[in-house]
Ligand binder design. Structure first.
Ligand code: SF4
Length: 368
């Protein structure tokens, strides 16, 4: 039995029962593939089910309001995936009359779809002979053939894609692609794979050369950026001020609070953050629990620092609770930061927030 036959046989015996494996509907396969980018199956599964229920067809997704799509995506991270999904759904619904493109090159033109996802949709939904090379496939191929080329180099990407093309079972490309991905996810796992149980153990070169734990090889290490966010949680008449993030930055189109980003951590008192003479400041004390009055604006409290880790960034956020006695422009360092909407706490669940803001609300709720 050759590599492909062995992998497919293993897949038929061991595959997980996942809902997107019971459909040929390209819309649902597309949804699942976008959700599963950078996301583990266990985390992505409930999101897939909610999306399919809320937006059963591409027309439903296209017609949905952006806030509703972002809210449904909340907690999954990499929010550009949701924005691109929505954008492409509108395009398919309107320009393509709801008919999903069948050809790899046409699929790849959709926003948010690269080589990998186009190959997955073309092969899973339309049985087109395109290889898919995700992290799992890189690992299986690198180990099975003991390839030491860096998987994130241009040369590596070409070499591994060529190998995957050669291995591809052209009669059943969809099944083969799913099989090799599942094999990497379940059997040839990143740490300590159980090679003794592996059906490929007799021909696996990495196993023969004791190279399993050192493959695949990656060149780049993620450069981690540290950022400091100073949020102003402004309350007036029982309502809270939120604003939409519209900059090309993390969490675009999600909501948070007016915020100043600083190059280092700023500890209370507020005088360190605010510049004179925009506010007359009467500093009562430097302790976070003390009240600092700024005309009609009072700092009620300052939170502890919340640490939030993303793939390329670590964010330290502090929440400055502000009460406004009257409608007042809140100006910091010459910029008006009062650019949002006041909502009641009961409306919070209608708006999509990043996980960091949810953590803050959770911490508040557990204190009350
Ligand atoms: S023998 Fe081990 S390293 Fe080789 S393919 Fe199987 S699980 Fe992966």
């Amino acid at each position: 039995m050759n590599f492909s036959q062995t992998i497919i046989r293993w897949y038929n015996k061991n595959k997980r029962d996942l809902p997107w494996r019971h459909t040929n509907d390209p819309y649902k396969i597309w949804l699942s593939e976008i959700i599963l980018q950078q996301t583990r199956v266990q985390q992505g599964l409930p999101y897939y089910e909610t999306f399919v229920k809320k937006f059963p067809t591409v027309h439903h997704l296209a017609k949905a309001k952006e806030d509703v799509v972002m809210k449904t995506w909340q907690g999954l991270g990499y929010y550009s995936r949701a924005r691109n999904l929505h954008h492409s759904a509108k395009f398919i619904s309107k320009e393509l009359k709801g008919i999903f493109p069948k050809e790899f090159d046409e699929i790849k033109k959709l926003k948010g779809i690269g080589e990998y996802t186009a190959g997955a949709i073309a092969s899973f939904a339309f049985n087109k002979p395109h290889p898919v090379v995700d992290g799992n496939v890189f690992r299986v191929i690198a180990r099975y053939f003991a390839i030491t080329t860096q998987i994130d180099s241009t040369e590596g990407k070409k070499e591994f894609t060529r190998k995957a093309e050669l291995l591809l079972d052209k009669k059943i490309p969809g099944i083969f692609n799913q099989a090799i991905m599942e094999f990497g996810a379940m059997q040839c796992v990143p740490q300590n794979p159980d090679c003794e149980k592996c059906p490929l153990k007799k021909s696996c070169k990495a196993l023969a050369k004791s190279m399993v734990s050192s493959l695949p090889i990656k060149s780049k290490k993620n450069k981690i950026q540290t950022r400091y966010f100073n949020y102003f949680v402004i309350r007036r008449n029982g309502k809270i001020l939120i604003k939409k993030r519209i900059e090309n930055d993390i969490w675009k189109n999600l909501y948070d609070f007016p915020m100043i980003e600083t190059k280092k951590e700023i500890l209370p008192p507020l005088s360190r953050l605010l510049s004179e003479p925009l506010h007359r400041m009467e500093l009562v004390g430097s302790d976070a629990s003390l009240i600092e009055r700024l005309g009609g604006v009072s700092i009620i409290s300052v939170s502890k620092s919340f640490k939030h880790i993303l793939s390329h960034q670590v964010i330290f956020a502090r929440f400055w609770e502000v009460a406004e006695s009257e409608h007042k422009k809140f100006i910091v360092n010459g910029t008006e930061i009062n650019d949002g909407v006041y909502i009641s706490e009961s409306q919070l669940n209608k708006f999509p927030f990043p996980r960091l803001i949810e953590k803050y609300f959770d911490a508040k709720a557990s204190k009350n």
